[in-house]
Design a protein around this ligand. Structure first.
Ligand SMILES: CC(C)(COP(=O)(O)OP(=O)(O)OC[C@H]1O[C@@H](n2cnc3c(N)ncnc32)[C@H](O)[C@@H]1OP(=O)(O)O)[C@@H](O)C(=O)NCCC(=O)NCCS
Length: 324
């Protein structure tokens, strides 16, 4: 590799969070800044702040390509600066450890030199050495270069998920199907709602959202736990001709955006979404950004007509590793 007279030999090394957080935050901003949502911007702001005061390292569960603090992973140094980063996040799934690869970012001036390939290969190697059963990542469906890279390294697409966000201000032309009735609260037939929710957030994605229907179950214990922890949660259900067709659950986000979980009878999901989402927004007073994660390509017109806009679609990929 040709080097300029002032350059140092390029090399990869394990990240040193206390020392590297600021340049890595700058790099993530440079590489992802233009596609970051409100939570992403907040995450970056906190990362910069943490790097500056060095007093406190927080953990940010969430979703997307650039979701958590780079507590572990690898950086690439060249010309006396960090020009690339890859973060590794450990998760537990089915009683096994898996790694999530995030924040794969190469400075534009250093691209197409095989740096991301070497970092990702190192991440896989690191996972093998730590007896981790799989490595997962998420990549935007329009990020052709990154998709090509991961496919070439053996990652397999597992699913495609879209994130929808409420449009502000609330659009004037939202039409709620009058034949659908929406009620606040969780009426009977929780089992049916639970199976819809598990359908929308199956096991292969639930681990990443820390999604578990157990905490939504209408029970005294759950109410007590929420009260003790000052956790908020609100439920709505939709009925068509007296028949339950869908459920929506709102939870406040830790950061700037809230989450709505949706479950619906497959044949009536459009109806349910068109009725539930505007009702939820109205009830919440339309103050904060709200995200809904949903299987990509499903109910897109229903989301749009309910006043939500597609924020991104991510392909979830994984590579299975044989545990030794
Ligand atoms: C995607 C990204 C990480 C690639 O980094 P890189 O160091 O330039 O990638 P590499 O040189 O290691 O290339 C590895 C492979 O990726 C693919 N690739 C990378 N850049 C490409 C481009 N501009 N066009 C087409 N394919 C490309 C190729 O398959 C390439 O293999 P090849 O060189 O044998 O053809 C970099 O462009 C980047 O930081 N982008 C912005 C942030 C981002 O999107 N990160 C990925 C999030 S999942």
């Amino acid at each position: 590799m040709p080097l300029s007279p002032t350059s140092t030999p390029p090399y990869m090394r394990r990240i040193n969070v206390r020392r590297d957080l600021l340049p890595v935050a700058d790099l993530i901003q440079l590489c992802f800044g233009d596609q970051m949502d409100a939570d992403g911007q907040e995450y970056l702001r906190q990362m910069h702040q943490t790097a500056r005061d060095g007093s406190y390292f927080r953990w940010m569960p969430g979703a997307g390509e650039m979701l958590s603090y780079p507590l572990d992973g690898y950086v690439w140094e060249e010309d006396q600066k960090i020009v690339a980063n890859l973060t590794l996040l450990p998760f537990s799934w089915r009683n096994k450890w898996i790694y999530m690869v995030v924040n794969v970012a190469v400075h534009p001036a250093y691209r197409r030199k095989g740096i991301a390939r070497q970092l990702t290969q190192q991440a896989i190697q690191h996972a093998r050495q730590h007896h981790v059963s799989a490595v997962w990542l998420q990549v935007r469906d329009d990020n052709e270069s990154a998709i090509a890279l991961y496919l070439s390294l053996g990652f397999q697409p597992r699913c495609k998920r879209s994130t929808w966000q409420n449009i502000t201000p609330y659009p004037q032309n939202v039409f709620i199907p009058p034949e659908v009735e929406v009620f606040a609260g969780t009426p009977k037939d929780w089992k049916k709602q639970e199976s819809w929710l598990n359908n929308t957030y199956p096991e292969e994605v639930a681990w990443n959202f820390a999604f578990h229907t157990g905490r939504f179950k209408p029970s005294f214990l759950n109410r007590l736990t929420r009260w003790l922890n000052a956790d908020e949660q609100r439920h709505w259900t939709a009925l068509l001709d007296g028949k339950l067709i869908g459920t929506a659950i709102w939870e406040p986000g830790r950061w700037s955006a809230d989450t709505i979980w949706l479950g619906a009878e497959t044949d009536y999901q459009d109806y349910a979404i068109r009725a539930l989402l505007p009702t939820v927004r109205h009830a919440l007073g339309n103050k904060r950004p709200c995200y809904v994660n949903y299987p990509a390509g499903q109910a897109t017109h229903a989301f749009e007509s309910a006043g939500f806009a597609l924020q991104n679609t991510l392909i979830w990929m994984s590579i299975e590793l044989t545990a030794h």
